[in-house]
Design a protein around this ligand. Structure first.
Ligand code: SAM
Length: 263
C-alpha cells in the first residue's frame, strides 16, 4: 500500500504508517517546515519513510491512501488527483480558519476530481499553513446588544457530546465557538457566533441570547437546535462531506439536509 501523509511533524504518525504498510508498502510524508522536515527525516532514517520538505505532492506515485494531519477547508487538488480511484483521503476539516473544531472526514475518491465520505470523529488539528487567514475580531467585541431572546438550551447543552461540531457543519458562513465571559458577578461559558456582515450573538448560561446586526443568528441557532433535536441528535458519522477540485464549495450532507460551505 502506498500512503501519502501531509504534515510529518515529529514523524510519529509516519512511523506508525510505515509499520502498518510493512516492507512492501511505501510512505511519503510532506512537511512544509524545512527544519521540522530535516529532524523528522533523521528520526525516521531506516524506517523506509520518504520525507519530502514543502507542499508539492511527488507525482511519481499514485497513492492508495492520503492522510492529512493538519486541518483544511479546501482539499488541495493534488491530494485527490494523485490518489487512485476509490482511495481513502482522510482530512480534518473546518470550513474557516480558526474554526473551534476540525472533525475528521474519511473521504473516498469517487471521480478524477471528487471525493466524498462521512465524518468519523471530533478533532482539533493545527491548520494547514497555506490556508491560514487572519480570524478577525472576536464577534460582538465592544458592541451593545440590540436584541435579546431566550432559547430552551444553554452553552453546556451544546458542548455535551460534541453537539457544537454539528452546528458548525450546519451553519455555513457562521463562526461559532465557545468562550468564557463575566456573568452574574462570576464567569460563565458562552457560545458565540459571528457572521461576515459583523452580525453577532452570544448564548449565555441562562439561555438568553444577546446579539446585533442584520443576520438573525439567534434564530438560526434556535432553528438548528430544533432540527437536531427533532432528528434525535444524529451522530457525527451521519454527516458526510463532498469536495471537488474545481471550486470553492464543499457540501455537508445528512439524510435531513444539505449545507453548501464556501471555503
Ligand atoms: C499536527 S502536526 C502533524 C503531526 C505529525 N503527523 C506527527 O505525527 O507528529 C501538523 C504538521 O503539519 C505541517 N504542515 C502544515 N501545513 C502543511 C502543508 N500544507 N503541507 C505540509 N505540511 C504542513 C506543520 O508544519 C506541522 O508539522
Amino acid at each position: 500500500m502506498r500512503v501519502l501523509e501531509i504534515g510529518t511533524g515529529t514523524g510519529w504518525n509516519a512511523a506508525i504508517l510505515a509499520s502498518l504498510v510493512g516492507p512492501t508498502g511505501h510512505v511519503t510524508s510532506l512537511e512544509i517546515d524545512p527544519d521540522v522536515a530535516a529532524h523528522a527525516r533523521d528520526r525516521l532514517s531506516g524506517s523506509g519513510v520518504r520525507v519530502v520538505p514543502g507542499i508539492e505532492v511527488p507525482d511519481d506515485v499514485v497513492y492508495d491512501a492520503v492522510i492529512a494531519t493538519c486541518a483544511v477547508s479546501r482539499v488541495p487538488p493534488a491530494w485527490i488527483e494523485q490518489a487512485r480511484p476509490e482511495a481513502s483521503i482522510i482530512v480534518p476539516w473546518g470550513s474557516y480558519s480558526g474554526s473551534h473544531a476540525s472533525p475528521v472526514a474519511a473521504l473516498r475518491k469517487t471521480g478524477p476530481q471528487s471525493a466524498v465520505g462521512p465524518f468519523v470523529c471530533e478533532a482539533f488539528f493545527m491548520r494547514d499553513r497555506t490556508q491560514r487567514v487572519p480570524v478577525g475580531e472576536f464577534p460582538g467585541m465592544g458592541r451593545e446588544s440590540e436584541t435579546t431572546r431566550v432559547v430552551p438550551f444553554t452553552p453546556e447543552d451544546l458542548v455535551t457530546d460534541d453537539r457544537l461540531v454539528r452546528f458548525l457543519l450546519m451553519l455555513p458562513g457562521v463562526r461559532i465557538g465557545t468562550g468564557v465571559r463575566p456573568f452574574n458577578g462570576d464567569r460563565g461559558r458562552i457560545v458565540y457566533m459571528g457572521a461576515p456582515d459583523s452580525s453577532w450573538a452570544y448564548l449565555w448560561p441562562d439561555g438568553s441570547v444577546h446579539g446585533g446586526g442584520p443576520t438573525p443568528l439567534a434564530e438560526r441557532l434556535r432553528e438548528t437546535h430544533a432540527l437536531l433535536a427533532r432528528e434525535g441528535w444524529p451522530g457525527l458519522d451521519e454527516f458526510s462531506l463532498a469536495v471537488d477540485t474545481s471550486g470553492e464549495e464543499c457540501r455537508v450532507r445528512t439524510r435531513f439536509g444539505t449545507w453548501e460551505h464556501r471555503v
